[in-house]
Design a protein around this ligand. Sequence first.
Ligand code: ADP
Ligand code: MG
Length: 407
Amino acid sequence: MNLNYYKGLKKIGNIPINHRVKTLKLCNKITLQVCTFAALNFIKLKYANEAIASFLTIAMIEDKNPQRTSISQLGEFGLIDHLTKNFQITQASTLKGIGDDAAVLDFKDKKAVISTDLLIEGVHFDLAYMPLKHLGYKAVVVNLSDICAMNAKPTQITVSIAVSNRFPLEALEELFEGITHAANEYKVDVIGGDTTSSQKGLIISITAIGEADENEIVYRNGAKQTDLLVVTGDLGAAYMGLQVLEREKQVFQVNPNSQPDLDAYTYLIERQLKPEARKDVRTLLHALEIKPTSMIDISDGLSSEIIHLCKQSKVGCNLYEDKLPIDPQFINVCEEFNIDSTTVAINGGEDYELLFTIPIEDFDKIKGNPNFSIIGHMTQESEGIHLVTRANTKIPLKARGWDALNQ
Ligand code: ADP
Ligand code: MG
């Protein structure tokens, strides 16, 4: 378990009192009820106020109170200026950031690595339990994770949003607070984007840029038949965090006065609401003098990512059930939900850990390292891709993705 999660969450997670007061002022009757719910639980629930604060977000959006600032009052340029005025440039490779027709970057003798993602309200996130500040943070992190998965260093991002006028300026400020927090944490420059309207809902598209020496870049297609399969961190927690939040949302809809006790789920909720990109792995591997032969980040689920590595590298794989790194809190909650922990660990998505292969000769360099778990090995392509269970049976691995868990 990464203790930085807790430190980081405290920073971004606890909504300052003055902010909550400000939010209260913006609230109407429904919101006040939710605020009471939040306040009742605020002290008892260390991090659960995250989830509850998001109910505030929803109420704030639906609020008809004239005190909130309509985005149309600012106009497009006023809005862009307002949202982007605090971004600072820190990377030497950023020659020109926001403010012209295009940004200008100079990577000198390095290669540039670029990745983009689109997040759509109702498809990729639910504002019922995702506070906008966390959404901003997560939207950045999931993109930076792709850069880390190339073994590159993230350096810049662009941020594009489409919003309907049901979002007041205050809601967008929250979103950009999360984006700014992530940009500061990961030391990336926000160098541009686009701001436009949507008929319904919120759409966010982030493009992440990174740099690396050509020989450092790791692709998905380099795994060899005898390589070891290694994963960082632990698996499945983000998926179970989502299950807990979904359950609380339903309880809240039926009984707004209920007081959820989320203490037993803090790690899982954090993994769902505030994931981190494994920016540290590049440095850790460099120090160990290991260069992975192939690498991918875990966004859709371990099994799906293993299949990507195998297909692109033309190899097979044996994954060992008893080697899967899982957190004790995750096991308890799987039991509570009556879900098989192995199924979730291999199919649950959004862990944003890194999965990679290394030559077997590097075994001694990595064994016993708390940052890494060796979870299997590659084989000849003709041997196929299997999970070897605790009972030593081989089951073909299927890319079920995390949605399949709901079927
Ligand atoms: P253009 O008309 O050339 O598209 P805009 O008026 O949309 O320019 O944008 C002005 C500047 O603000 C550009 O540098 C653009 O990259 C930046 N920008 C616009 N929207 C965002 C945003 N959501 N986040 C960061 N930068 C943005
Ligand atoms: Mg534009």
